[in-house]
Write a protein that binds this ligand. Sequence first.
Ligand code: GLU
Length: 443
Amino acid sequence: MTIITRFAPSPTGNLHVGNIRTALHNWFLARKSGGKFMLRIDDTDAERSREEYVTAIRQDLAWLALDVDGEERQSKRLGHYETAFQKLKADGRVYRCYETAQELDLKRKVQLGRGLPPIYDRFALQLTEADHIAKAADGVSPHWRFKLDHETPITWEDGVRGAQKFDPAQLSDPVIRRADGSWLYMLPSAVDDVEMGITDVLRGEDHVSNTAVQVQMFEAMGAAPPRFAHEALLMGKEGKLSKRLGSLGCESFKARGIEPEAIVALLARLGTSQPVEPIADRQALIETFDLGTFGRAPAKFDDADLDRINTAIVHQMDYAPVADRLPEGMDEAAWHAIRPNLQTVAGAQDYWRIVIGPIDLPEFSDDDRVFLAEAAKTLNFASDDPWHALTGALKDSTGRGGKSLFLPLRQALTGQNSGPDMGELLPVLGEETARRRLERAAG
Ligand code: GLU
């Protein structure tokens, strides 16, 4: 059976690191088995859904290179929900209710006060047809609840949490349709999962109680439920991420110089028993992806980890894929010389400024100036390795070593006290520039 997974964001905001993780894991699950990864836009909430977020979601997935095999939009599938609803209605699995939000709130408070679970008391099931007619005559439309089957325990084997069991009598019959006819999340999602042939639903553990209800919805629709897996939520280092989620989206990652491969490498394994490593090879991550390694404890997201992985990923990046993001004129040799010093690709700009200049020189002592004049004369690009040729010759001719040998040369050639490996940088500077800088420093 081909595995079909889906990522089902609501376009009411930008994707954040938690959504990205869910998308990524569903993508891995599909790609590992040669299956399909579908995007489903959950836009039944017309008021809160925005087209700009739909566009942003697609762009973020593209930036992360999470290719999708198809896209559905709930707003275009309303007829399907109506059909499913009519069938459930004919089967007596949905019922009309009239309680206002305030009335429900009060009921919950009373139940909690008595130490009872705050579940819907099914009061509306006692209404007679005459009651419904009277409501309609008053111009009050009902909202609809799905009637859980209290006799059948809900069970499933969760891909992360193992065997799950719920007593349906401990759950509220969920509202599935508002009085204005619009849909809440619960039924459309189950209808789509059936009709899109979704075999595996992988989502955050905040959906576990939804799953319990949806298992019965699948059954009520005459469909076998998909496999379910619920991963532990993502936490910040200091606790809940929710306050910071706004700053943890692709746009801000990009602005910070984070490579998509760094996010992917981190989120692929965070919260699993596998080590988080700067693995830029997507195939390697796909092959090692395994729900069986997912822990039950919340995964801890730490910006410092992301920066560390990013730095290591940047150090591995080949020239071709970054070429169009590098400063004009920066060639492959220059990229290789500079790469090990970077935390972000954008940082190449700063190093390139060292190469093209102008550079600011520190004050040199008279001794150093004499030494640098000697260096300018000694410089010889005939050798394969002009830096070692230069420093080797100067060591012999001046008796200098260590810092007194290397630091004035680095300062004269780059204007900095530290930076790229000089063996790699000197050929990038070129003989003419290097000699000019040494002569200038010598005064
Ligand atoms: N739109 C829902 C959400 O973002 C989808 C949940 C699901 O995966 O079914 O939470």
